[in-house]
Ligand binder design. Structure first.
Ligand SMILES: [Fe+2]
Ligand SMILES: [Fe+2]
Length: 267
């Protein structure tokens, strides 16, 4: 099974540019084309938040259009730029979005890898949190299927990234989550967005990571007082390949025009 993780698409309508620079809709279009052109087509796509830039109904309508070419199931979740109600309203066919209202938390059972998503959003705030209600749901969701390898999805990463301005708008308290995850070794990965960079860390006995954005990347500056800037580094997404024998193997896909492929054969 292969799962593509697409993150921080920040879709805007009418050709508007995020931060007056980034044509996020065109970036997503190129990412979708890249996924469809992969030699091994993913079995599912997960989108780990900041689906739209402004949480507006028309942005979700455009998102729906942009992802329509995908032939495999797509699982959506909100980030701090999203609006839960507008997201649900735009995707009435995505019944899983209503598993645990008012939050968007869900468990998807129909794949070899179990997908469990939790909602870190605080409406109208940049940072994230997991309240007792959301944590209790997660604990019981994980306890229900302890034998099934599981991808745990959340927008705000539960770890310090060293990029100071992003840590300032990170997850409020990761400890209660860490205690739950540590009790569930079936959690193969904790897959996050929000950072617009690829970052990995050991977390509660598993691996937590963040995905690059399909559009703009947060500048690589590991300072507490790093300037809050972004750069148009090559955008990308993650591919998580799983089999019972290999476990989850994560690759980073880069979207862009690059020379090659060239043969390694005799020259
Ligand atoms: Fe984002
Ligand atoms: Fe975010």
């Amino acid at each position: 099974m292969i799962v593509a993780q697409v993150s921080d698409t920040h879709v805007m309508t009418g050709g508007r540019l995020a931060y007056k620079v980034v044509d996020t809709a065109s970036h997503l279009q190129r990412c979708i084309a890249h996924i469809l052109a992969l030699k091994q087509r993913p079995d599912a796509v997960v989108m780990t938040g900041d689906l739209t830039d402004g949480g507006k109904p028309e942005e979700y309508a455009l998102l729906r259009e942009l992802i329509a070419p995908l032939t495999m199931p797509v699982y959506l979740m909100p980030g701090n730029h999203d609006d839960r109600d507008a997201l649900r309203a735009a995707f009435p066919g995505h019944a899983y979005l209503g598993q645990f209202p008012p939050f968007i938390q869900y468990a998807i059972e129909e794949h070899a890898l179990r997908i469990v998503a939790i909602d870190t959003v605080i409406p109208r705030a940049a940072g994230g949190e997991l309240c007792e209600q959301r944590l209790a749901w997660l604990a019981s969701a994980l306890a229900a299927q302890p034998q099934r390898p599981t991808l745990l999805l959340m927008h705000h990463p539960p770890f310090v990234t060293w990029i100071g301005h992003m840590d300032d708008i990170g997850l409020a308290d990761a400890q209660p989550l860490a205690r739950i995850v540590a009790q569930h070794p079936q959690v193969e990965r904790v897959l996050c967005g929000h950072l617009h960079r690829s970052i990995q860390v050991r977390f509660a006995g598993t691996i937590a990571c963040t995905a690059p954005s399909t559009a703009h990347q947060v500048s690589l500056d590991l300072a507490r007082d790093a300037a809050p800037t972004f750069a148009m580094e090559p955008p990308g997404y993650l591919l998580h390949a799983w089999s019972a024998t290999t476990g989850v193997v994560t690759h980073t896909a880069v979207v862009g025009e690059f020379a090659g492929p060239y043969s390694f054969g005799p020259h």
